[in-house]
Design a binder for this molecule. Sequence first.
Ligand code: GN1
Ligand code: MG
Length: 433
Amino acid sequence: MTDATDTFDPRAELREAAALSARFDIPALGEVCDFPRKGNINRRTYLVTVGASPSPDAPGRPAAYLLQQLNPSVFRRPQAVMEAMVACVAAQEAALRELSDADRRRWGGGWELLRLVPTREGKPFLEVPAEEGGGGGATCWRMVNYIPATRAYRSLGEVADPSARLRVAQEAGRGLGIFHRLTERMPADAAVPLPGYRDTAGYYGQLEAVLQGCRTEEDAAAFLPGDATLRVACAPLYRVHLPPEEHRRRRGCGEVRRLARLALGQKSYACSLNRALASGELATTFVHGDPKLENFLFDDVTGRVKALVDLDTVMPHSWLSDWGDMVRSLTNAAGEREPDPALVRFDDEAFRALRRGYLATAEPEGGEAAWMADAPPIMALELGVRFLADYLRGDTYFAPEPDAPPDLNLVRARVQFQMFENLRRHVAIPPRR
Ligand code: GN1
Ligand code: MG
């Protein structure tokens, strides 16, 4: 097994992934290869195909699966993540069963779910104890069915045809609405799988701590969350992990200073959604937590939205944070890593298509709907703060892949702050008739 401190050896990692795949209940193992369409956090994701496709000894079973390690340095409570995922899939399944034929046709038809493949011992996921992990600590692996005949996009810029773009935007909006409707009976007090997630004030605390160069828990004491569990879970995020000289370089750079000033000046606005949630002005509902464009799957042939994947951050919050996050992601056709600021623009047509799609399935209440203009810039700010804090901390959370461009997290922060300004200026929500 690979030690986290070992140098990156893709072949050894593939061998390990093949050995782990064989511990799940799938028909004869075929090929295991790296899955390129992975997210920022769970970098160890593999496509696993079975011997014959579809396997003659298991008709009707999927021909391919995804094997994924929950990134142990981010997901410190993998059992909680898996429990939330299982509950979320079960809730969608139950809601789909109870749909009226009319609703099924209208918004549920063709919706597919991620299903966990149990281990050979019948467990929903595989826990690899530290002793087996070659010193890298205990890790958690899961396998899900690969949803075939679908495609995903990292950004709308990948869709060349303008009318196809609008169709993708509208379908993504519809997809989030479907997800919200299918999970609306999830308990609003469900556990939070990733402590501190969507805690805007907490992200600001991290940024302020690393701007000051905090290196120990004592240094960061003034910024740490009051809640003891949260403090323990998030403490490393409030500390700089860079050599002092490199921290000085990053901290002193003109652009970092400009972005930090912008972020700090907007702190009260950025935290306003969470304040409204805490005061009860906004209802607590069940959310996906990461509905960026690349997490939606679209049918290869019809283009209809088929699934919203990546259930690592499902939790109670406001549907507005999902709405805002989807808008900030989808209306930036250049994507999250665009180095040229001139290309980071707000696509108003895509926004209108997205809104149409969302409102065709979801029915926000009047008072809450008024927040639909503010949620997108707020979510862009929050993500910008997270990228900037990580840049100053030493790229420990959004760890760039080995071949990533230098200063990737600074680029990503710049993109989000620019989207914040674009969204603040342009997002308009007409009153509902
Ligand atoms: C991360 O790992 P991935 O790509 O699914 C992050 C999200 C961000 C997103 C930005 C657990 O998601 O919050 O919005 O990057 N996930 C976590 O691309 O922090
Ligand atoms: Mg995610």
